[in-house]
Write a protein that binds this ligand. Structure first.
Ligand code: ADP
Length: 158
C-alpha cells in the first residue's frame, strides 16, 4: 500500500470529505489531508483554523494526519513520501477542472498519480460553500458537518 495526499481548501471540512477520507484509509497506508492556504478562494477560516478543525474531527483515524501547505502540491506530495494525489468527484461539473489539474500535476511530476473517488450519493450535493451559505441564512447544517465544526461556524458568523 502506498501513501496518499488529499488536498483541498476544507473551508470547513464536511461529512462528504470525511466519508471520502474514511474510504481512502482502506486503500492507502497513510492519508495526509493537505489544507491549502488558498487565499484566492477568500476562505471564511484561516489556514490554522481549517487545519485545527480537520485534525479534531479526524483524530480517531490512526493513519490520517492533517497538514497546512502553501507550496506546490507535487512538491508537498513528494516530501510526504506519497505517490498518489486523491481528489473527490461529485458531479460532471467537477470533472473539467479536476481533469486539468490532474494533467498539470502529471506534467510536473509524472511519477505521481491522481486518483479519484466518487462521492457517496448522500453527499453528492454537499460543498463547503453551500454549508456556509445555509448557515449564514440560519438553516440547519447538522446533517452536513460534525458538531465541532457547527460550533466554529456559529462563532465565526456570530
Ligand atoms: P478545493 O478548493 O481544492 O476544491 P475542497 O475543500 O472544496 O477543495 O474539496 C477538496 C476535494 O474534496 C475536492 O476534490 C472535492 O471535489 C472533494 N469534495 C468536496 N466535497 C465532496 C463531497 N461532498 N463528496 C466527495 N468529494 C468531495
Amino acid at each position: 500500500m502506498v501513501n496518499a495526499v488529499y488536498p483541498g481548501t476544507f473551508d470547513p471540512i464536511t461529512n462528504g470529505h470525511i466519508d471520502l477520507i474514511e474510504r481512502a484509509t482502506k486503500m492507502f497506508k497513510h492519508v495526509t489531508v493537505a489544507v491549502a492556504h488558498n487565499t484566492s478562494k477568500n476562505p471564511l477560516f484561516d489556514m490554522q483554523e481549517r487545519v485545527a478543525m480537520a485534525a479534531d474531527v479526524l483524530k480517531d483515524f490512526e493513519s490520517v494526519s492533517v497538514v497546512g501547505f502553501d507550496n506546490l502540491l507535487v512538491e508537498f506530495t513528494k516530501t510526504h513520501n506519497a505517490s498518489v494525489i486523491l481528489r473527490g468527484l461529485r458531479a460532471v461539473s467537477d470533472f473539467e477542472y479536476e481533469f486539468q489539474l490532474a494533467g498539470m500535476n502529471r506534467n510536473l511530476a509524472p511519477d505521481i498519480e491522481t486518483i479519484f473517488l466518487t462521492t457517496a450519493e448522500q453527499y453528492a450535493y454537499l460543498s463547503s460553500s453551500l454549508v456556509k451559505e445555509v448557515a449564514r441564512l440560519g438553516g440547519d447544517i447538522t446533517k452536513f458537518v460534525p458538531e465541532q465544526v457547527i460550533a466554529e461556524i456559529k462563532l465565526k458568523l456570530g
